[in-house]
Design a protein around this ligand. Sequence first.
Ligand code: ADP
Length: 528
Amino acid sequence: MNSNEIDIHKELKKYFGFNQFKGLQEQVIKSILNKENTFVIMPTGGGKSLCYQLPALIQEGTAIVVSPLIALMKNQVDAIRSLSSENGIAHVLNSSLTKTEIAQVKKDITSGLTKLLYVAPESLTKEEYLNFLQTVPISFVAIDEAHCISEWGHDFRPEYRNLKGIIKQLGDVSIIGLTATATPKVQEDILKNLDMSDATTYKASFNRANLYYEVRTKTKNIESDIIRFIKQHKGKSGIIYCLSRKKVEAIAEVLQVNGISAVPYHAGLDAKTRAKHQDMFLMEDVDVVVATIAFGMGIDKPDVRFVIHHDIPKSLESYYQETGRAGRDGGEGHCLAYYSYKDVEKLEKFLSGKPVAEQEIGFALLQEVVAYAETSMSRRKFLLHYFGEEFDNETGDGGDMDDNVRNPKIKVEAKDQVVKLLEVVRDTKHIYKSKEVVFTLIGRVNAVIKAHRTDVQPFFGSGVDHDDKYWMALLRQVLVDGLLSKDIETYGIVKITKKGLDFIKKPTSFMMSEDHEYNESEDEAIVT
Ligand code: ADP
């Protein structure tokens, strides 16, 4: 069946009741109907599920949907069943089913009734299921939450690594990968692991134009600062994220004492209390929920007006997901993060107990959070660049919606320094991460620099006229401008790009502003 032969608008209306497709849905559906390998990257709420549900419903055979969470699969199956009079139209296949239930699932698939079959990756490896699935027509395989395949994603699941081998055993079926994680490294991992470099990629913008991004120094007055902020947003809903349960409890209590209706939420509370607090927030019996990251998955409250990070998150992906819970209705959403370098050190200490590979990845992700917090360039531009998206503050939606754009630091001409920086990266031949590049410029030695004998090179110390903070700020801005790039595979080695080489040949004006100085207080930041 070819996409040209089906009126997919009519089918959309018939099954889902919608009049039009959202964003890239139509293109994605056509690509799936044409049996192409397809890769879909859309932020949460972008409408990914429909991208594979509609083609599954209107094609011959059964579509297999791989999904990591049983609860999530159940919700999806219920939603699809509500669109049809036949329960058998969608099924979950997993080990919790009885023999009779499994027989029913197989019967419905064999008779052609089942259009969508949800499976966990570990169920798909079961020989019994695999043998059966080899005997029935499969329309395609959709891999939901495809970032689980990558150690660079926020939810790595080793079982996802075996998927390609299993899918191959199903014959020549097309694969649809879907994710809301947009970093270039994760995307590359997905395409590589699923062996689908030929896939057509559909990527929606991650720009959330109505969200305002702000970072404040974390001082010992943080609690009164938060109280003041909430009082300025009186009666509005908000979430405060903390990294430890202890801090969650403490902040919730401080807010309550100060007349703010707030409840705590973390995995240490019993299920009943958690459900109660979540409902109170959803029903607007309380304004604020103070939570660990346990709170938020699947929370669909459209009018959350602020998300405060009392402690910095472990990665910018987490930050994007968590702040993304603000302003879902398109209205105001203030995203405020408190930053202290001590928090970073605590997170690093926490990471140091982990296996080496995990540590390296953890450090690299954390460094991006530090760069985001310290930068004086547009936070939106920085975040979007992290997700592989170019953003122009002059023309892009929400271009003035962050603290750095609203209160810009004075910019200075840095053309000559950019050339110096680029030359150092070029002449050290792409062996260094940011730190060693900066050390080379200011003439500071460490073991790595000694080992490569960079300290005897003529360019060693060529940037002594400025300090390390200056160079780090410039390097971050040059990275976002695409004159340099960071190789994530090697945990952050900095390389010069074609654009960077051109800049050396023909330098143009480059205005930079120095990073923020954060003067922290003592005794703050409690992290697990
Ligand atoms: P994602 O999986 O990308 O987070 P969902 O598939 O859950 O997003 O979709 C988010 C919301 O958008 C759902 O409430 C869904 O019903 C709605 N939606 C999806 N497609 C359309 C459409 N074409 N028109 C209107 N609403 C849509």
